[in-house]
Write a protein that binds this ligand. Structure first.
Ligand SMILES: [Zn+2]
Length: 230
């Protein structure tokens, strides 16, 4: 038993996937966008997770599990939502609340208040509802293509703004466009993030470059189940 536990730990460290599946949704109900799905489909996906016994955890819990051995529920999953668009509050939150689930919402602070995006009251409402809030940079820039100075600003200023407005520590970051390279990952670590998520191309098991399953409009419910169960 002890040997298999040690092997499992070793595998978690060397595998290209994190030990807890992390799912990423973008906007709901935006026509003509391959990353947008309908509210109906989203409901069915969340219903499926609940039916199969998945329990949502925050990225904070994944970090604590990895670093301090915090126990996780039997079938943990992290549910992430990028960009801080209005549907987070109007469409996503009610579905999660209905199922007793928790999501992680990544906010691009410079976009708040723009048409289609949440304002600070909206972000506070998500946080007050028990959701985990992370940064998604200030301007949603592709961080692999900006100067070192802008990279630092995008990471640090968004974290500070969220912390000031929410009165809590911001621990997690999502790379815009899931674009990351080692220098960007190291800058996220220096900015004080404990975990950061990427996508299917760059992500792996590293806490600051975590693989996420990207939900697309072409994904069937069976595809979704297979990916989350892997
Ligand atoms: Zn984004």
């Amino acid at each position: 038993m002890r040997q298999s536990a040690a092997f499992a730990l070793l595998c978690a460290a060397c595998s290209s996937r994190p030990e807890v599946p992390i799912v990423n949704w973008h906007a709901l109900g935006v026509a003509g966008n391959e990353f947008s799905i309908s509210e109906f489909t989203f409901n069915r996906q969340i219903e499926l997770l609940a039916r199969e016994g998945f329990q949502s955890v925050a990225l904070h819990d994944v970090v604590e599990h990895r670093l301090s051995g915090l126990p996780l529920p039997a079938r943990p999953v992290v549910l992430t939502f990028d960009d801080g668009t209005e549907d987070a509050l109007k469409r996503v939150l009610p579905v999660l609340k209905k199922r007793g689930m928790r999501g992680t919402f990544f906010i691009a602070t410079g976009l708040l208040g723009k048409p289609g995006y949440l304002d600070w009251d909206g972000v506070r409402a998500l946080s007050a509802a028990g959701m985990e809030i992370g940064s998604h940079s200030v301007s949603h820039a592709r961080l692999t293509e900006v100067s070192d100075e802008q990279l630092r600003e995008e990471l640090v200023r968004s974290k500070q703004a969220l912390e000031e407005h929410l009165g809590r520590t911001i621990e997690v970051f999502a790379y815009p466009y899931n674009a990351v390279r080692p220098g960007v990952r190291d800058a996220a670590a220096r900015a004080g993030y404990r975990a950061a998520v990427a996508g299917e191309v760059h992500g792996g098991a590293d806490l600051l470059d975590l693989y996420r399953i990207s939900v697309k409009s072409t994904m069937t419910l069976d595809d979704f189940r297979r990916q989350v169960q892997r």
